[in-house]
Design a protein around this ligand. Sequence first.
Ligand SMILES: Cc1ncc(COP(=O)(O)O)c(C=O)c1O
Length: 359
Amino acid sequence: MARNCVASINLNAIKKNYLYAKSLAPKSNAIAIIKGNAYGHGAIKVASHLETSADCFGVACIEEALDLTNAGILKAPILLLEGVFEKSELSLVDRNSFWMVVCNTAQIEWILKSKPINKYDIFVKIDTGMGRLGFQEVDSIKVISALEKSNNVRKITLMTHFSSADNQESDSTKTQINKFNQIIETKQNDQSLSNSAAIMAFTETHREFTRPGIMLYGSSPFSFDEQPNELIPAMTLETSLISLKKFKSGDTIGYGERYVCKKDTLIGVAAIGYADGYPRSAKDGTPVFINGGIARLAGRVSMDMITIDLTGINSPQIGDRVELFGSNVSIDEVAQYCDTISYEIFSQITSRVYKTYVP
Ligand SMILES: Cc1ncc(COP(=O)(O)O)c(C=O)c1O
């Protein structure tokens, strides 16, 4: 490989992070959220590695579920987190025994009118304050009772999703929990409430099924400063230095002359840019790791390259490896410098980056 821009993915780290999520909620089943190609980590590889440990996998849609079953991942149930998008998908749900969320009236109608060979396992999504998918209070009661009466349904699990569980200063998670508890009141159904942040911060949300996502990949759902040590970063994004040049104080670096050298400065160019998924929004000062030390981005991210102030780095050479994030540079710190979240950076790594897997 000539252009050595590589995302190496540590599958054991993902397994350990999954087991850590399980240890925080020992009485719950954990649905490993691997939608969006396992947040950019490769859903088939991740699911294959987790298959013997995972209680269930969560994906966004039937195409993602079929990718898994076609790859021979058949042991753990697969939950469609947005359910079906059209009626015709129900026969595939039936044939593959997928579990599905229901979150709108069209889905209910299709389910009630269909004639499945097997009965459906359904997660009824209740909107307790997220303001996105799910039934509101009165509707959820009606929906649950219609599904309970149907011969097409084997099991109903009740679920909700939090808008701000990552923000421990906000009261909204408590409000959502109370609302959920009130709506489901006397129901004996299994329940599923918690994403990664709630698994870590709100034990009362654990119930029968947790839904860990971002924590599986070793990134914290909380702000960078509150990062728990137990999570192991799964993806390391690396490239190499392809140019080294000295610039004089006052010289400018890159597009728009955004970076102005405040002193004579050794600038390195590394072979990664926004066409690889490294965010163009990265600010000057974003950390990278080279030769045992932290260097900082200097100048705007280009399509294929970034420029780095190498001050303080031990004898840099062309060809030296540059870690953009991984075990030496936290993805969450990089995300903070890019005004985004790790989820987006992981998901936007492009196919130009070679993916390699460490078992
Ligand atoms: C319904 C649902 N549950 C769980 C998750 C996992 O959330 P997180 O990655 O924050 O753990 C997601 C992710 O967006 C989701 O949409």
